[in-house]
Design a binder for this molecule. Structure first.
Ligand code: PLP
Length: 481
């Protein structure tokens, strides 16, 4: 009604404030290297700076935006800084940010094909593109027995894989009656903690997760896997699921998927391959050997939200047999019934994931792929691997340091030879300086520093500076070993 009171932002205000936000983001990227990479906020400081009570009356948008700078930025660890080398990257890019903005603007729920056909069909299409781009097995195509879906995270993908494995192993009886404590899952001692969480959630139970030992390269020992499966069979347990990792979080270890796959086939176990960060490397033909043996896999996932310039959240999850997944996760209440679903001619992605609702995440992925093209993506992934390899060479040549694990791609695990205390102190000083951000792990029970190259804008200049800073800090220690 004309003249009716409204508190909404008008379209003109939205346009104006939207431009200001985009300007702010562009400026943020332009000055990102001026911030300490790791936030210096003390615990509770950000919260203490916020008003105790919500505003009674709405505030002006410029005031709100100014508070981003004043109150929020001091509590930001700058994941998009080119000097960020911690954990695994969670990189972003212009096209992904804009795709995400459009997804918010459209604000659709893509739980059913019918609730926004484009949301489903673009996702199916882009995930099929990625099968070709990464040279994944054809069975993961939507036009074959399988297909891909975007999950929020690799954790959710692994959980869905385990649930489908559980149902396949029990002929869908555990969905009806729950688990009986007999199912067993396997992964290596180096696998991501999300597998442990998945067995807890799926009702398999943590006692029924076997952490298989690894070799000197931190890759699962297939003979140890066989031994454990046979032992569990003898104990009248029901082995059902193996998760192999391509690029472990600690050290980028690559499990021998071909051997593991043969074991899974022989014992009829579901094989899930978690390539959360490293899968992106397969964009480049020269790195596709990391996916050897994927033909044996029942499911596979990798995260464009780690290394493929696509803002969190975006995990691509593929299954070889979509029927098993759908039968595991499908529940159809009356209020979701619709003609399109009943024809069986459409995909309803709600049946491929845990939640019902889903965002239009394929938009940002589509934008990224179209903006960079395969060539652009390969160029930057190759560049990151080259930078990491160069860094590994420098480490190798400096007698104070050693490599702690093979560096097949973009992660370098290294340590000062003088022991844990020195490494801890080195890392703390570097991180406190704000010049770069590194994190650690333990390999062979020794504190190990990790430098992972994967932020969108990291170049040779940044890696050179990182190595220079590491050397400067190391020079402050007397060699004690
Ligand atoms: N798997 C591996 C090998 C990882 O390195 C990680 C995170 O670093 C995950 C799974 C979990 O990723 P997400 O945050 O997408 O669940």
């Amino acid at each position: 009604m004309p003249g009716e009171k409204t508190f909404h932002m008008t379209p003109d205000e939205f346009r104006r404030h939207g431009h200001a936000v985009v300007d702010w983001i562009a400026d943020y990227y332009a000055r990102i290297e001026t911030f300490p990479v790791l936030s210096r906020a003390e615990p509770g400081r950000i919260r203490a700076s916020l008003p105790a009570a919500p505003p009674g009356k709405g505030e002006s948008f410029p005031t709100i935006l100014a508070d981003i700078e004043r109150l929020i930025v001091p509590g930001i660890t700058h994941w998009q800084s080119p000097n960020f080398y911690a954990f695994f990257p969670s990189n972003a890019s212009g096209p992904a940010i804009l795709g995400d903005l459009l997804s918010s603007g459209l604000g659709v729920q893509g739980m059913l094909w019918a609730t926004s056909p484009a949301c489903t069909e673009l996702e199916t299409h882009v995930l099929d593109w990625l099968v070709h781009m990464l040279a994944l097995p054809q069975k993961f195509l939507s036009t074959s027995s399988g297909g891909g879906v975007i999950q929020d995270t690799a954790s959710s993908a692994s959980l869905c894989a385990l649930l489908a494995a559980r149902e396949r192993a029990t002929n869908f009886a555990s969905n009806l009656r729950g688990c009986d404590g007999k199912l067993v899952a396997y992964t290596s001692s180096q696998a991501h903690s999300s597998i442990e969480k998945a067995v807890q959630i799926a009702g398999v139970g943590r006692d029924n997760l076997r952490l298989i030992e690894v070799d000197q390269n931190f890759a699962m020992r297939p003979e140890a896997l066989t031994r454990q499966i046979e032992q569990d069979h003898r104990a009248n347990l029901v082995p059902c699921f193996v998760c192999a990792t391509v690029g472990t979080t600690s050290s980028n270890g690559i499990d021998p998927v071909p051997q593991i796959g043969r074991i899974c086939r022989e014992h009829k176990l579901w094989l899930h391959v978690d390539a959360a960060m490293s899968g992106t490397a397969a964009l480049c033909p020269e790195f596709r050997n990391i996916h050897a043996g994927l033909d044996f896999a029942d499911s596979y996932c990798f995260n464009p939200h780690k290394w493929m310039f696509t803002n969190f959240d975006c995990d691509c999850f593929y299954v070889a047999d979509r029927k098993a997944l759908i039968q595991t996760l499908s529940v159809l209440p009356e209020y979701l019934r619709n003609k399109a679903t009943e024809t069986g001619a459409v995909i309803d992605y709600r049946d491929w994931q845990i939640p019902l609702g889903r965002r239009f995440r394929s938009l940002k992925l589509w934008f990224v792929i179209r903006h960079y093209g395969v060539e652009g993506l390969q160029h930057h992934i190759r560049g990151h691997v080259e930078l990491a390899q160069k860094f590994a060479e420098w480490v190798n040549k400096d007698e104070r340091f050693e490599l702690a694990a093979p560096a097949p791609l973009n992660l370098v695990c290294f340590r000062h030879k003088a022991g844990d205390e020195i490494n801890q102190s080195l890392m703390d000083r570097l991180n406190r300086s704000g010049d770069l951000y590194l994190t650690h792990t333990r390999l062979n029970d020794r504190l190990t520093l990790r430098l992972c190259v994967g932020q969108t804008n990291t170049t040779a200049r940044h890696i050179e500076k990182a190595w220079k800073r590491i050397q400067e800090e190391a020079a402050k220690f007397k060699m004690s070993a």
